[in-house]
Ligand binder design. Sequence first.
Ligand SMILES: *[C@@H]1O[C@H](CO)[C@@H](O)[C@H](O)[C@H]1NC(C)=O
Ligand SMILES: *[C@@H]1O[C@H](CO)[C@@H](O)[C@H](O)[C@H]1NC(C)=O
Ligand SMILES: *[C@@H]1O[C@H](CO)[C@@H](O)[C@H](O)[C@H]1NC(C)=O
Ligand SMILES: *[C@@H]1O[C@H](CO)[C@@H](O)[C@H](O)[C@H]1NC(C)=O
Length: 487
Amino acid sequence: MGEIRLFWLLFVWVLGIERGVSGLACNWGLQSTHPLPPNIVVKLLKDNGFDKVKLFEADPGALKALGKSGIQVMVGIPNDMLASLAGSAGNAEAWVQQNVSNYVSKYGTDIRVVAIGNEPFLHSYKDMFTQTTLPALQNIQAALAKAGLGKKVKTTVPLNADVYQTDSGLPSGGDFRPDVRDLMLKIIKFIQDNGGILTINIYPFLSLQADPNFPKEFAFFDNKANPVVDGPIVYTNVYDANFDTLISALEKNGFGQMPVVIGEVGWPTDCDPNANIDNARRFNQGLLDRIIRGQGTPKRRAPPDVYIFSLIDEDNKSVEPGNFERHWGIFNYDGSIKYPLDLGKGKALAPAKGVKYLARQWCVLSPSAGVSDPNALAQSISQACQYADCTSIGPGSSCSNLDPQRNASYAFNMYYQTMDQRKDACSFNNLSTVTTVDPSQPPCRFEIMIDIGKHELSLSNKVPAAGFGSLLLVSLMLVLGLANGVH
Ligand SMILES: *[C@@H]1O[C@H](CO)[C@@H](O)[C@H](O)[C@H]1NC(C)=O
Ligand SMILES: *[C@@H]1O[C@H](CO)[C@@H](O)[C@H](O)[C@H]1NC(C)=O
Ligand SMILES: *[C@@H]1O[C@H](CO)[C@@H](O)[C@H](O)[C@H]1NC(C)=O
Ligand SMILES: *[C@@H]1O[C@H](CO)[C@@H](O)[C@H](O)[C@H]1NC(C)=O
């Protein structure tokens, strides 16, 4: 008996070491023109020790691929669905049935949390979602209970840190923003009564980006300069100070025990003077080190779950907040490594495996194109960038010091790749040509997109044997031609 127990103890202990880090969590965003296949993403998550993932919507591909993966899922409901879910219990029941129960029972997806809305009380949304968020939350909670999932699946509302503030300028002065204070307290009470969690997004990068006077070092965890002294507590970074401002607000209102998770935190790598590989690596490594150590904040010693934002870059994300929005990934869009990170005990990040790419070819400005008409060139560039992600040639970005020729090439190539290397996608008024020589010039990457099964059928593979009938060939070309006409 004793020996068997010892054996199991050792076994469990060895497993613990084998798995290295456990308890990493991240956001998996899907706003890409060329999303990685979900099964590859799930493998990527597992290879890197992520055992929790957050989705912004109930994406069928992602939820199926996560089935029986051992990864726990937080699934989001976009803000634009809140009104309909608030308006009818039946709508909420249908939503839960189709987007939660269905995956739990059919695919074994381990859905643990439903996130109602995304930062619905963001100041800049005015009051667009203040009427609908709580009723939607109540209806979803009731629908989960009705579906027999009330115990297993919790609810939350992911909030921007702008729902709280501090008049004293110190974390201990934290309280909720006056215009949403009553609503916040009702929501927190409801979530607490139902055993749910509070989710807060914290962005040191945005603090720095929005305020030229923000002390840069205070954004990072290894900061030694200018600490903030708050009574007996010394804050050395804005992450702790921000989180504890929330904890003070909760304590002040009688919710000191409310469980809190961090729904988004991270650092982008491009399109802002502070968004680069060095800063992102410094911030995210500091963050990972804390998570691995199990470190909380001065006011809450127990570490919260922390969902890193984000797993991969998304080239079709809205750039309204800034071009950096498309560059939050710790991995590139294709799951390749952007910069090294230590996942604890020397374990390095592992890239995505089994990714299929389009051919190694790029669309560039033709060397023979006499650029006699700069207007025509500018027009072609802007045409290309209307459909493709050209954020990296903007000012302060990784490709901002290309010469005008390469600048044009960058735009042409992004369009060509985004259009899956279709032949007619490299024909900018005869200014462009396809090359097999990689035009990349570090740190500027000339992308090749991944193959999402949309590129042109290769004629050499598909043309029937000679004599089989040219009619078939003609109709095949017609089909291709038609497909090409759709932009
Ligand atoms: C990109 O985003 C726009 C606007 O949200 C959307 O209409 C479009 O379908 C998206 N494109 C791709 C390829 O996902
Ligand atoms: C979820 O379920 C509803 C049915 O209420 C459906 O209309 C919706 O498109 C589903 N998917 C997502 C991603 O919310
Ligand atoms: C490159 O193209 C972009 C997009 O048209 C433009 O804003 C930028 O000024 C160009 N840069 C150079 C060096 O030509
Ligand atoms: C491109 O070149 C071809 C052949 O040289 C010519 O027939 C065609 O008119 C040109 N197209 C444009 C838009 O200049």
